[in-house]
Design a protein around this ligand. Sequence first.
Ligand SMILES: N[C@@H](CCC[C@H](N)C(=O)O)C(=O)O
Length: 310
Amino acid sequence: MSTAPRLAFLKGHGTENDFVIVPDLDGRLELSAATVARICDRRAGIGGDGLIRVVRSSAHPEARAMADQAEWFMDYRNGDGSIAEMCGNGVRVFARYLQRAGLAEAGDLAIATRAGVRRAHIAKDAGDAARPGEAAAGPDGPITVVMGEAALPGPGPEGEITITVGDHSWPARNVNMGNPHAVAFVDDLAQAGDLFTAPAVRPAAAYPNGTNVEFVVDRGPRHVAMRVHERGSGETRSCGTGACAVMVAAARRDGTDPAVTGHPVTYTVDVPGGRLVISERPDGTVEMTGPAVIVAEGEIDPSWLGTDLG
Ligand SMILES: N[C@@H](CCC[C@H](N)C(=O)O)C(=O)O
């Protein structure tokens, strides 16, 4: 019988992009890629698209420089254990965890990520909602996050992307939301196939660290639907940074750039796991609103994990 301390975890999701949340407030754990992959395994572990370690910014070498702006750092790992810069659904779930644990109050909250500091807003009540008509605060009420600016490399080879699945190829837009995305507009989401393997994305040099891939169809004016193949996780039910990349790609395709018009633009982005509402402002910042839910909490048996966590 192991005497190692049991590892506390919670399980949560945002539009069914699901995460194992590991509070490690003082940064004591060593979570190897293999350990993360084991925990995220859907059959032999807890299961999740990714793992979110909650750690004080001052206790993490990658976040120390942000500690004066954001007390908490989201150490995000994909389901295969690889590190990602940012997770849009994850950052809302992270904010929900902090609120639930009494580590932050509803209202405005800064969160450090590898892509920089992101600002979340948890509505205190309906009058405080970031968007008119939004549901009041509650354990699964919406959270709004200022996601930073989209970068659209190009023209040139980095902007001229092709995605291929089987016999289908599409031109795609390279959009970086702190993490990389390739966005293709398709006739039918079924054309993306089963997505059991990653779509081919060319030129490979445009994405030296791999990429997330989004397939998009129109549903109506400023309303699209998408599927996603996530780097390090496979097909997931949602990707928040991906939905922001899709929103910006759709706006440019539709001839809309808030920096030019001086007016914000808002799109509804449907994902298999729900709906996200995303705006781009004239200053280029992208803002996303969606749900964030904690569904369970428990402890991982150290004898199952069978590894020294630090
Ligand atoms: N699901 C996330 C993105 C998670 C990271 C991504 N797989 C990557 O490697 O960049 C989201 O909601 O943004």
